[in-house]
Design a protein around this ligand. Structure first.
Ligand code: SF4
Length: 285
């Protein structure tokens, strides 16, 4: 992709970009103060690479983990090593139970996810949800790269979401980029030299497993490249709907304009926003 097209795809930062960065660091520090131990769930997408960088800058003590589903693009897997080398830090890698994943494929085929929503969600359960539970074991909170402008389903994301009071085992969730735009994300990456997945340069705004992700075209929204054969309402793998939250922000001000003001997407390409078994863990150093 040409530099000009890349610039168009990425958009411009918000006028209050610096304030947003400062606020995100404050959100992380507040989440660590209230909910340690905590951990970052990184998909290795652009937002999550920014969050890892902000964790480093904030000085908080947080683990970082990746769910290697066995179905990731090679560019995504390679980014694990690049991230570790860039920051000189440990990244925990969780994988699905091999026997369970193999049995599912033997029974339903490698292309099971296209056959029905039920089979697609079963694949996500085996390859993501069960390993996620292992990754979150013993943690009081997890940190995500969710942004409100990503989809209608994420329009109510708060900076810090307290665990649901009626679910004693639930965890808090910190979303330090809740108010960021796509332009903010890319401005941060380019000005801070943050490593990122080269698939983003090939019109992949949101990157998941290879069979379930494709490039988008002009005019399509942010998550249209994920599970594109399904209705919009089904497009979550379960990671961010697994645990209930009370919804109210915890420890941060709702009056803060950087958390309450959601900017519309400024990308001229307008891809985006429209509000419209036992898992196996490997710790790589
Ligand atoms: S995103 Fe696709 S390949 Fe990945 S776990 Fe879900 S259904 Fe399986």
């Amino acid at each position: 992709m040409s530099d000009a097209l890349l610039a168009l795809q990425r958009g411009r930062p918000s006028a209050d970009f610096d304030a947003k960065v400062a606020h995100s660091i404050a959100v992380l520090q507040e989440a660590a103060r209230q909910y340690s131990p905590l951990t970052q769930a990184s998909s290795l997408g652009a937002e999550d690479m920014v969050v890892t960088d902000l964790i480093q800058r904030s000085g908080i003590d947080s683990a970082v983990f990746v769910l290697d589903t066995g179905k990731l693009h090679e560019e995504t897997v390679a980014l694990i090593g690049r991230l570790q080398a860039h920051y000189g830090r440990e990244v925990e890698v969780y994988r699905p139970d091999a026997a369970t994943a193999e049995a599912f494929v033997a029974a339903n085929g490698e292309d099971a996810m296209y056959k029905s929503i039920a089979l697609r969600k079963q694949c996500c359960d085996i390859r993501k949800m069960v390993p996620l539970e292992a990754a979150l074991a013993g943690k009081r909170a997890w940190i995500t790269g969710l942004r409100r402008e990503q989809s209608q389903a994420r329009a109510e994301v708060h900076d810090i979401e307290a665990p649901a009071s009626d679910k004693p085992d639930a965890r808090a969730k910190a979303n330090p980029l809740a108010a960021w735009t796509w332009g903010d994300v890319w401005h941060y990456i380019t000005t801070n030299g943050v490593p990122y997945n080269p698939l983003h340069d090939q019109f992949f705004p949101s990157i998941g497993c290879a069979p379930c992700t494709r490039a988008v075209t002009l005019g399509e929204d942010f998550r249209s490249g994920r599970w594109w054969w399904e209705n919009e309402s089904a497009k979550e793998c379960g990671l961010h709907v697994a645990e209930g939250h009370d919804g109210a922000p915890s420890g941060t001000s709702q009056d803060d304009p950087t958390s309450a003001d959601v900017s519309p997407d400024v990308s001229p390409l307008n891809f985006f926003p429209t509000r419209s078994s036992s898992p196996q863990k490997e710790t790589a150093a």
